[in-house]
Design a protein around this ligand. Structure first.
Ligand SMILES: Cc1cc2nc3c(=O)[nH]c(=O)nc-3n(C[C@H](O)[C@H](O)[C@H](O)COP(=O)(O)OP(=O)(O)OC[C@H]3O[C@@H](n4cnc5c(N)ncnc54)[C@H](O)[C@@H]3O)c2cc1C
Ligand SMILES: O=C([O-])C1=[NH+]CCC1
Length: 346
């Protein structure tokens, strides 16, 4: 008994069309072993992923060691496959994280990122005494990048259907193997009450900036340059489902950003847009197999990336492939078990 196969490739369903679902689909398609379809309630530009800043920087995401590994793998994947393509909407940009107080400890992801160094004095704004630096960080114009992922996924033979899944058994009618990339949607679809929203508001301005700079010591303030504009952020309001921008948050972000980058004092900027997204926050990323229907159906969970979905996306996609391919043989074993026993001839 084989898994549902067409043209000798195994059919895989991915639920979710954010940066995680699309990256995972592209990695699977590039193996040449799978037909991949995405079902998703929302499509770009109407996903959380489209509301992100976004830059490479591990942030509000656990577990620290795996986030470090997956962030480094993602950085390498960007260098090998993405940065060189102008359609990707990505740029190499130095990133500095800065501190008002001396910060003796390196970040937990430091052992995985060779280019990490301590910030130089000349990289620290007035009032800041310590900092980190990654010279080969990257930023992306999120809408351009998400469109690039959709085009890449489709050009590799992937198909996308706008469709909400209310019960995972709907998927099992057509597929033996499903990859769950629903982000915050797993709270309902898989009744995972450990995942919750962390509301983030950002301001898109016309001005440019030569580097990304972040202060997340006592509050969040960041400046993230992109191809056609710059993002100022941000907020982190846990368990807040409000997806509408507030004037109060905009004012607060401008006040904080002016402290790390005085050139962005309120009267010297031109606001183009204000966006809100709900980070899929969880105590740690869930990336594991779960068997259903007596072991004859496999769901690979890949969700809960908090404030680092882009930063770990390709590392997690490669891990989801490894985890899925470790699970499929068990699936075959269970399917064999389910076959009717041949009648013994008397
Ligand atoms: C303001 C802000 C700034 C950020 N900046 C950065 C940054 O600089 N760098 C970084 O790495 N990360 C950043 N993030 C975090 C990043 O945006 C997220 O980690 C990432 O978008 C999560 O991707 P995802 O694909 O899991 O989720 P989503 O983009 O939410 O995608 C989930 C998909 O699943 C679909 N779905 C859900 N439930 C169902 C269902 N039942 N049936 C069908 N489809 C379903 C949804 O429609 C959607 O398409 C930021 C987030 C915010 C809010
Ligand atoms: O979630 C977020 O706001 C961010 N993640 C990386 C830098 C900013």
């Amino acid at each position: 008994m084989s898994l549902n196969k067409v043209n000798s490739k195994t059919d895989i369903l991915i639920i979710g069309c954010g940066c995680i679902g699309l990256s995972t689909g592209i990695v699977l398609l590039k193996t040449g072993k799978y037909n991949v379809q995405i079902w998703s309630r929302d499509l770009p530009p109407n996903t959380t992923s489209n509301k992100a800043a976004a830059l490479w920087y591990p942030f509000l995401c656990n577990p620290p060691d795996l986030v470090g590994k997956w962030s480094a793998e993602t950085m390498q994947y960007f260098k090998d496959h993405i940065i060189g393509d102008p359609k990707s909407g990505t740029l190499i940009k130095k990133v500095n994280e800065i501190f008002r107080r001396e910060h003796k400890e390196d970040p937990e992801w430091r052992p995985y990122v060779q280019s990490f160094r301590r910030a130089r004095k000349d990289e620290l704004p007035e009032g800041y005494v310590d900092g980190f630096a990654v010279d080969d960080g990257f930023v992306m114009d999120t809408d351009m990048y998400m469109d690039y992922l959709v085009q890449t996924f489709k050009s590799l033979g992937g198909s996308i259907e706008q469709r909400e899944v209310e019960d995972i058994r709907e998927a099992f009618v057509h597929y033996d193997t499903v990859i769950n990339c629903t982000g915050l949607g797993s709270r309902e679809l898989f009744k995972d009450k450990l995942i919750y929203p962390s509301r983030g508001q950002i301001i898109v301005i016309k001005n440019s900036s030569e580097r990304s700079i972040m202060d997340e010591e006592d509050h969040i303030a960041y400046v993230i340059p992109r191809i056609s504009n710059t993002v100022l952020g941000g907020t982190n309001q846990e368990h807040d489902y409000n997806t509408e921008p507030t004037k109060q948050d905009t004012e607060e972000i401008l006040k904080r950003v002016a402290m790390i980058s005085p050139r962005f004092a309120k009267n010297r900027i031109e606001i183009q847009d204000v966006k809100v997204g709900l980070r899929p926050s969880r105590h740690e990323i869930r990336l594991e197999n779960e068997f259903f229907e007596g072991g004859s159906k496999l769901v690979v969970h890949n969700y809960g990336h908090g404030g680092s979905g882009f930063t770990v996306s390709w590392g997690c996609a490669l891990e989801a492939l490894r985890v899925m391919e470790a699970g499929i043989p068990n699936l075959l074993f269970y399917k064999k078990q389910q076959q009717p026993k041949p009648q013994s001839k008397l």
